[in-house]
Design a binder for this molecule. Sequence first.
Ligand code: C2E
Ligand code: MG
Ligand code: MG
Length: 640
Amino acid sequence: MHIQIQCCGVVLMLVLFYFYMRQKRIALETQKAFLTVFWASFICIVFDILSIIVIQQRHVLSEWFAKFIAKTYLITLIGVAVSALGYMCVDIYAKREDYWHDMRRYLALCAVGVVGTYAAPLYYNYAADGAEVLYTFGPSVYVTYGVSLVLFLRIFYLMRKEKARINPRRREAVCLWLAAWIVASQIQFMYTNVLIVGYAGSIGIMVLYLKLENPETNLDRSTGLFNSGALYQYTKQLFAKERDFAALVIIFENGAYQNVHLERRGSVRMEIIEYLLKLTDVLVFKNAEDEYFILFADPERAEAKVKEIRRRFQTGWGEGGTSLVRPHWLYLPHGSIIDQTENLLYLVRYFRQEEKAFSENDFLCIDKDSVDRMEHEREVEQLIMDAVESDRVEVFYQPIFSTAEQRITSAEALVRIRDREDQIVPPGVFIDIAEESGMILKLGEIVFEEVCRFIRRHPLEQYGMHYIEVNLSVVQCAYENLAQDYIRIMERYGIDPGCINLEITESASTNAKKTLLGNMQNLMEYGVHFSLDDFGTGQSNLNYIVDMPVDIVKFDRSMTNSYFENGKAKYVMEAAIHMIHGMNLEIVSEGIETKEQYQTMEDLGISHIQGYYFSKPLPEDEFIAFLESKKAEQGETVCC
Ligand code: C2E
Ligand code: MG
Ligand code: MG
């Protein structure tokens, strides 16, 4: 038997270990499991060599000792197999208890294997001359192979069953490693004097190392800090272990370097990175968005350290400390208030956008309330997305009564979402969030299309109606292609644009007045009319009406209500009515719930009334039934 090939394996593994130890590492469970595999394989080769030596020297040493070492080598094979199984399970079981729960059975099997291997007899197979031992065989070997086979089968079973939970690169690397082992053992079986199993094992370890356990893959190349992959894995581990931590995120927004001379920005950035690299007792990660995550294992001590880091930024960088860099800071004193890595990353994305949430010194401390708010918004966003995708956006219609014609002459289209439990979600819950996330564009378009479809299916004149009012959000008003898209939809449904009245609010114009006016212009030329919604909420004033080409002004429910509750508000409203009528505009009074309120509004000369007094917003079929009943009550066929 020759041991040269095995010795090469040992050297290869020592070189690998040297490189491994020299690299900057992070305490990841996968890396701990890899080290276990590494040492199991290393011990296996060493015992392979030792067993060859002692078998050759068995006459000098002792027969008993030679067999003991040969059996120990066999046991190390079981060690390699079980460490490989453990390595596969790190991805599957995030929690240590679950991991050990599963591994316990296989460790017990290994214990049986160890006892069996030592207890069972082992024989030598000699070369033709009878002097040299070619290989060992017998029950001891079969016990080892039997146990190893069970472990390998378990590994392959997990690879198939838990495919989704195992890192695909790990699956691939383990497959390559085991394949190298199996092929080598086949070769060795056929050519008994070619002892390559140990060497093949070490090659396999090198594959694992190169493919996914090289600590360098966790480093950000440009800074030497840990990268986003490492952040993901490390925080995932912390959450799985339910271990609290604190995190400080430094965000270099565009304006962060504005006080630094353009030429000096590169060197100042490098100086900051150097500083972050030197921080002790913390782990610093950088992601592609130039966000730096500083993680503190001990939340109690984090606050002092956070102050120290921020103080450093206040003193300035570069020569003489003259360059002030002003990043945004997000501080999460307790990571335990969130439950998973995805939420941590989402939280940073979310608060990063919340410019207004940052206090004066660009510092934002995230507490449980902010996380709850964020989670609520996320749920609602999900709800909207879900509803849009699965066609669960509905439009309700609330009738509007004309005091002049004494009948329903129009209606307001109001969006609703049906959740998975078939419950109706009112717009108050989701409109703001849809606006923030931009989903309002899609939602608005669905509503508009639905209204056009409604008008086509139920020609308005059939019910004595003139138009349907459709709300436009601030975001839609600032959308360049709004007019073009809406005109295309109206054309597609072949509806008269005069049947559409779009409601805008004052806040729409503060954002992108030029775009809004352009959109209004195009739509009006096409034949659409406009109303000003929310009048009296502080979102609208009389000057604004002068500026905007609207035909109708809608008094908000709060304004109509205060007319009945507050003496002074009466005068304000009466003056407003007077002026609006003076401008030749119509008024819709919203939120009218009683006969008295209705009577008062009619006496004030208000032309249109909307409110629960007539009807709540109704689903399409109920609204049509409502109109039919009104038609029947009037006992006449109404025409437009
Ligand atoms: P809004 O446009 O001012 O609509 C009037 C709101 O007042 C509706 O609430 C309506 O149900 C409610 N209302 C009407 N009469 C009465 C009444 O007598 N008593 C009471 N208590 N409430 C009354 P809703 O449907 O919950 O809508 C709330 C807001 O959501 C709307 O206010 C509008 O700003 C927004 N919204 C609704 N649909 C859409 C839409 O399709 N697109 C956009 N962008 N916003 C929408
Ligand atoms: Mg409205
Ligand atoms: Mg309104």
